[in-house]
Design a protein around this ligand. Structure first.
Ligand SMILES: [Co+2]
Length: 464
């Protein structure tokens, strides 16, 4: 692999992907165009009017595992369109609150997947049983329905993103578009004190290009990045209601050159989901992910690159207001005998790269997150640190946020205070994560609930 790295570096010198740019301009079809055609346009029943224009035919569902979601929705949808002359549908950009699209306030279930093998309950230790008692919330109908609402909002906003994000737009426009959409559908602008804790963005919208593998978000006051037709863009955003976060991501490209890279990572993520389950060893999930991912190669400008699973970033479990709750699911073989447990929530995500597969911190800042175990009040000689800390507690709690989220609340001149909170350890700083120059990377991610009845892939859609 060392030699591959050297090759890649020298290629990186003349870094612009030479012929892919050409292919883009002519032959390449925007990935979003695939999506808008391939999917059935069903983002829940609210989308019902689509039937009228005949856009939906049979066999439109080309995605891997979306049978449950799409077929049930299609049936309901047809019925409804007949009954009502004007069914409310989602606007573009998305601005119709989800509650208005679902008058009965019952939101669509995620995809159900059975556990691969049923493990006897008696095998569980007492400690696990006890921990499970405190995790019974995912069987609570109210929490579950809210969680499904957040997932449906994710599907509707990402559908719009896939249909409209195009080269020539700035990353700020795309990020703000996503965030405005999420907040409108939640019907919560999050501008009043405390509202952001009720519902909102789960973390900073990630728009990471090419060799930036993860954790890039545009910051105010910095030179904006314009999306290029040769870019491979990971779109990673979260929607939370009462701190229960849907964490789901996909990758967009506008050049078929990268189709195999995207296919590898989508396959790896679906393999991870398939292998996940109660009492399953995390190392077994990791091994399956790696095997799927690394069975692919991608040809870029006449050179063949193996798709590598990224080594130092992983999937994770989620708890209320905690995006990374302590368990990690690497994408490479490991000796971690930790098991997944009943009642847990996991973000199953994978990253594949044509680069080295080892990430390093890039320049700039992605976001900040309060240490969940940090005290409510702090003593600091810096007044700005104290007031900033209060703002964070009131609006984000331990949710990760970015500078844009802070500035829309009217917070100004916070950098000195923030630096102080970071160095005192009350707040953690997140930076962009990079692979080597000239490399390309992709990501797909779903949130799954390990329920009694099986896995619920809550963020599954017809797109991925
Ligand atoms: Co995640």
């Amino acid at each position: 692999m060392g030699s591959k790295t050297a090759e890649n570096d020298s290629e990186g010198g003349g870094n612009a992907p030479p012929s892919s740019t050409k292919a883009n301009a002519t032959g390449g079809e925007p990935r979003g165009a695939h999506w808008s055609r391939d999917g059935d346009g069903t983002l829940g029943e609210g989308d019902a009017d689509d039937d009228a224009d005949g856009a939906n035919g049979p066999g439109i569902d080309t995605s891997l595992n979306s049978q449950t979601v799409s077929s049930t929705n299609m049936k309901k949808k047809r019925k409804r369109s007949k009954k009502k002359s004007s069914v409310l549908k989602q606007s573009s950009p998305p601005r119709v609150p989800l509650a208005d699209l679902f008058p009965d306030r019952q939101y669509p279930h995620g995809e159900s997947q059975p556990y691969e093998c049923v493990v006897e309950n008696t095998a569980r230790t007492t400690a696990e049983e006890v921990r499970h008692q405190s995790r019974h919330h995912i069987e609570d109908e109210t929490i579950l329905n809210d969680y499904r609402k957040a997932a449906e909002i994710h599907r509707q906003v990402r559908r719009w993103t896939q249909e409209t994000a195009r080269p020539g737009q700035t990353l700020t426009d795309i990020a703000v578009g996503i965030e405005d959409g999420v907040r409108a559908l939640l019907d919560n602008a999050g501008l009043e004190t405390g509202q952001g804790l009720l519902s909102g963005m789960g973390f900073p919208t990630g728009l990471s290009l090419n060799n930036c593998v993860a954790h890039y978000t545009p910051n105010p006051g910095q030179k904006d990045v314009v999306l290029d037709s040769s870019d491979v863009m990971k779109v990673d955003f979260g929607v939370h209601i009462n701190g229960w976060i849907v964490d789901s991501a996909f990758t967009m490209s506008f050049d078929p050159t990268y189709d195999n890279l995207l296919a590898a990572v989508k396959d790896a993520t679906n393999t991870g989901i398939k292998n996940a389950g109660v009492d399953v060893r995390i190392s077994d999930v990791s091994a399956a992910i790696q095997e799927a991912m690394e069975s692919y190669e991608v040809d870029i400008n006449g050179r063949t690159f193996p798709v590598k699973a990224v080594r130092n970033i992983s999937g994770h479990n989620i708890e209320q207001y905690r995006i990374h709750a302590g368990k990690s699911i690497p994408f490479v073989k490991n000796n971690d005998n930790t098991k997944m447990e009943l009642g847990e929530i996991f973000a199953i995500e994978t990253f594949g790269t044509t680069g080295r597969g080892y990430l390093f911190d890039g320049p700039g800042v992605y976001g900040y997150g309060k240490d969940p175990s940090a005290p409510k009040k702090i003593t600091s000689h810096l007044a700005s640190a104290k007031s900033l800390y209060q703002k964070i507690n009131e609006n984000f709690g331990s949710l990760v946020f970015c500078r844009r989220y802070l500035e829309r609340l009217g917070v100004e001149r916070y950098l000195a205070g923030m630096n102080s909170l970071v160095s005192s350890g009350h707040v953690e700083l997140y930076q962009p994560l990079m692979d080597i120059k000239g490399s390309y990377s992709a990501q797909f991610e779903h949130t799954i609930l390990l329920r009694e009845s099986g896995k619920e892939v809550i963020s599954r859609g017809d797109d991925y």
